[in-house]
Each structure stands twice: as C-alpha cells, then as structure tokens.
Design a protein around this ligand. Structure first.
Ligand code: BT5
Length: 255
C-alpha cells in the first residue's frame, strides 16, 4: 500500500520527508525495500514503514529486533550529502533525540555513532545504507510501545521502550509524526552546508562524553576516555598513556 501527495507532507510539516509513503504489515527490512525502490526510480523523501520486519538489519551483519506493532520501523530515502554517510546517520540520530525530548521530555542522548539512549538504555538505532539510484536509505528503528521484559534475554538489560520510560501509552505513529519534521530539517540543513551547527548539537547530546570505553575498529582496539565527535564524525578517544585516537567507524563497549 502506498500514498503520495502534498497532504502527507502537510500533515508532517515537512518539505521532503514523506513525498511518498509505503506501508507494510510485514517486510524483510524497510532499508532493503527502500533501496529496491530507489533502484527502481523512487525519489528523495520516500518513506517505507513496516509493523514488523523478518530480517531487520543492524550494522556489520547484526540484527534489529522488533515488537510487532510497538516498534517504529522506518526508512527514508535522502540525497547523500557531500559529506560522508556518517553525517546522515548522525543527523537522523539527532532527529530521534529531538523528537523524544520534545514529545516525552526524556533526556535522550546520542551514543556514537548511531544509537539513541535514554537512561542508559538503547531506545533507537540508525542504519544508513546505499547509495542506490543516487539515494541513501536512512533506516530508523525505535522501541516505542512495550517493555524490556518482552525482549529476548540478551537485550532485556540494555534495550529500553519509550512508553515504559515515559510512563505513558505511546504509538509508533506518534513518534513518526514527531520525528519527521526534525529529520526533514536536519537533512535540508546538511544539504545546505549546515553540518557544523548540527555537529555542535550532537556534541551537546554526546552520551559517551567522559566515559571509559573500549573501541574496536579498523584493526585497532583502544581503551580510554571517550571525548567528542571530531569534525569528520570520528570518535575521539584518549588512551591511558594520554595518546589521542580517532575512529571513523567501530564498536564501542562501556567499561
Ligand atoms: C543499529 O545497529 O542499531 C541499527 C538499527 C537500525 C534498525 C532500523 S529498523 C528500520 C530499518 N530497517 C532495517 O532493517 N534496519 C533499520 P547496531 O548498532 O549494529 O546495533 C545492533 C545491535 O543492537 C544488535 O546486535 C543487538 O545487540 C541490539 N539490538 C537489536 N535490536 C534491538 C532493539 N530493538 N533495541 C535495542 N537494541 C537492539
């Protein structure tokens, strides 16, 4: 099923996000679907939504679990900015954090490079993939309605649900409506050279600032104190000998 037209963007208050919307009950992955659509000629702002995914994707071949009907599972096709893919990922994470702060008044923070955290629990993950047909699919998974007890054992202690954290009922559609204008604004800002201002905001919401971490990436493993985002989007870590390292990509473990 899909809908298209001015009405959707008017409802969301967006210029690009929501140009066409595809809604699925079940799909392999909204990112894969968005990339297929892009190859077939879909335009920027196209959204793919699903109630549940059979092959939800995380980074590096990892998976993304959902609670059918309680998760926001959405991918948006955006024109890749002149900057690298990290900028889109960070912009989407910021949009999710903005939406959570605005709608629920919860202290959402961004964990480099692609997680949104509330009270030390991961409530959302972002995965930007592509390009295909000249566009990047920005996939966003948010745990909206449900409880961490419903999650598989390995995630029960780390995943968080917004309805549980906020102590009020909440639906995925409400989060999408809150998220869309921020995502739209940040993607437009990126395309217009507004990355420095976005990075400043992301730095203010840095979950890892001052925390002790181990980072694995590019064949290197470093333990030390996480600092901020470099202007390139890299994570800055200062090891115990005082040496500074920068990671363009990697996995972070809190110590
Ligand atoms: C991510 O990867 O966090 C990116 C997740 C992106 C999901 C969206 S949903 C819509 C779109 N379509 C897709 O197929 N994907 C995108 P990463 O940083 O690699 O984290 C993955 C890890 O997070 C897993 O290995 C689990 O440990 C954990 N995880 C899985 N599901 C989770 C959940 N619902 N809540 C919290 N943590 C989860």
């Amino acid at each position: 099923m899909f809908s298209t037209g001015e009405d959707v963007r008017e409802r969301f208050g967006t210029r690009i996000v929501g140009s066409t919307i595809y809604v699925h009950d079940e799909i392999d992955s909204t990112n894969l679907s968005a990339l297929r659509l892009a190859k077939a000629g879909a335009g920027p702002g196209t959204i793919v939504l699903a109630r549940t995914q059979t092959a939800g994707r995380g980074r590096l071949g990892r998976d993304w679990r959902d609670t059918p009907g309680g998760s926001l599972l959405v991918s948006v096709l955006v024109a890749p900015p002149a900057l690298m893919q990290w900028a889109v990922t960070s912009a989407a994470a910021l949009a999710v954090a903005d939406a959570i702060r605005e709608t629920l008044d919860l202290p959402a923070l961004i964990k480099w490079p692609n997680d949104v955290m509330v009270h030390d629990r991961k409530v959302a993950g972002i995965l930007a993939e592509g390009p295909a047909g000249g566009l990047v699919a920005v996939g966003i998974g948010v745990n909206v309605a449900g409880s961490s007890d419903q999650m598989p054992e390995d995630l029960a202690q780390t995943a968080g649900f917004l309805s549980e954290l906020a102590g009020r009922p909440l639906q995925p559609g409400e989060m999408l409506a809150a998220l869309a204008p921020h995502l739209d604004a940040h993607c437009i800002a990126l395309a217009d050279g507004g990355a420095p201002a976005l990075i400043e905001r992301i730095r203010e919401l840095n979950y890892l600032a001052g925390r002790r971490v181990t980072v694995r990436g590019a064949g290197e493993e470093v333990s030390g104190e996480a600092r901020g985002w470099a202007d390139t989007g890299a994570l800055i870590v200062v090891d115990d000998a005082g040496e500074t390292h920068q990671f363009e990509a990697g996995l972070v473990t809190l110590l």
